[in-house]
Design a binder for this molecule. Structure first.
Ligand SMILES: Nc1ncnc2c1ncn2[C@@H]1O[C@H](COP(=O)(O)OP(=O)(O)OP(=O)(O)O)[C@@H](O)[C@H]1O
Length: 337
């Protein structure tokens, strides 16, 4: 378990992290999202005591990082894959880390095997590709067999097989009851990996919620219907009390109805259906929805918001429906569930 309470970091006049309070719970993968410059890396660095907090606290299983006797055995982290000593082999990089943390050298072989680097264990890490460097960074995070693991952009530079591997690794580690905290800019990847989301913008907590609830509350879900008897279908839907909206290609879209209701209605009136499909927005679309109407979007209103990336800066996330008691604007952030 990781617990943040009122965590704040100032760099001069810049507030990078602003009274953040949340918990990262064991047994699930918690995703950490926010636009560039939101304060994710600074938050993670403070969790590991690499940056000193201006105010507030972080507790790792109830203790401050500095109070952990052998920290690698409590918390492992991949923050910067390039942090390894390039002149040393992958094996020696891990061996040095193991020896300085009283971890048996046999564990080095185990983690090299886990990340698929056994064949290049004796090669100097400066010759490694970005993906191999990520794997070495993940190996170092796993070295102490910690209960808590933090990964900052772990899929950076990984090929599809590597992405699949890290996704399954994180899920497997979580299913063993470990606490997994991961940041990523790849929304599609995050949607497949994380069970819970912590979202920040401009250093402030915007959301602390399950993945399913986040998508549900920030997007429209509807049913798509196609039929060779389109006009008849439209009439039947109207008679059934629904309000179909016709879109391109003769597709009808209906909100607030289940596929069962619509399918049975069509069957009762002997209308042939070629498509009856529930539509649920992706995590990325939910983000677009969350940021739509923000101050920045109004500033660019002549352009199509759907073609824009999520807004960064003032107003980011204003549309998020915060759970009661999580208002961070007054500096008294509520804790997440
Ligand atoms: N050492 C520093 N000195 C001054 N400002 C800093 C420093 N480190 C971070 N910042 C600023 O703090 C803010 C948060 O940065 P941070 O790197 O934590 O964001 P992030 O969410 O990790 O961004 P990204 O997604 O781009 O990695 C940014 O405005 C950044 O410019």
């Amino acid at each position: 378990m990781i617990e943040l309470e009122g965590l704040t970091k100032r760099f001069g006049s810049k507030i990078a992290v602003d009274h953040l309070s949340f918990q990262v719970r064991p047994g699930i993968v918690t995703g950490f999202l926010g636009p560039n410059g939101a304060g994710k890396s600074t938050t993670m660095r403070m969790m590991l005591d690499l940056d000193h907090a201006t105010s507030g606290t972080v507790r790792i299983d109830g203790k401050h990082y500095r109070e952990l006797e052998e920290p690698l055995k409590y918390i492992g982290a991949l923050l910067d894959a390039k942090a390894m000593h390039g002149g040393r082999s992958a094996y020696n990089n891990l061996l040095c880390l193991a020896q300085s943390n009283r971890i048996p050298s046999s564990r080095v072989d185990e983690v090299l095997d886990m990340v698929g680097l056994t064949a290049v264990a004796k090669k100097k890490s400066k010759g490694f590709s970005l993906g191999m460097g990520q794997r070495l960074g993940i190996a170092s995070a796993l070295l102490g067999d910690p209960e808590i693991l933090m990964f900052d952009e772990p899929v950076n530079g990984l090929d599809p097989e590597g992405i699949h591997w890290i996704r399954n690794l994180m899920k497997a580690l979580a299913s063993e009851g470990r606490t997994i905290f991961v940041s990523s800019h790849l929304m599609s990847e995050m949607a497949l990996t994380a069970d819970h989301l912590i979202v920040i913008g401009q250093g402030k907590l915007l959301a602390d919620t399950s993945m399913a609830d986040f998508i549900q509350e920030n997007s429209r879900s509807y049913t798509r219907l196609r039929s060779p008897q389109q006009e008849r279908l439209r009439d039947v839907l109207h008679e059934g009390g629904f309000t179909p909206v016709e879109t391109a290609g003769g597709v009808l879209e209906v909100d607030d109805a289940t596929t069962e209701e619509l399918g049975e209605l069509a069957a009762r009136h002997q209308v042939v259906l070629h498509e009856l499909s529930p539509q649920r927005a992706s995590l990325e679309e939910a983000f677009m929805q969350m940021t739509a109407g923000s101050v920045e979007y109004h500033a660019h209103s002549e352009r199509d918001p759907a073609a824009e990336p999520p807004a960064v800066g003032a107003g980011w996330g204003e549309n998020w429906k915060k759970p009661a008691g999580t208002d961070s604007t007054d500096g008294t952030d509520g804790k997440g569930a």
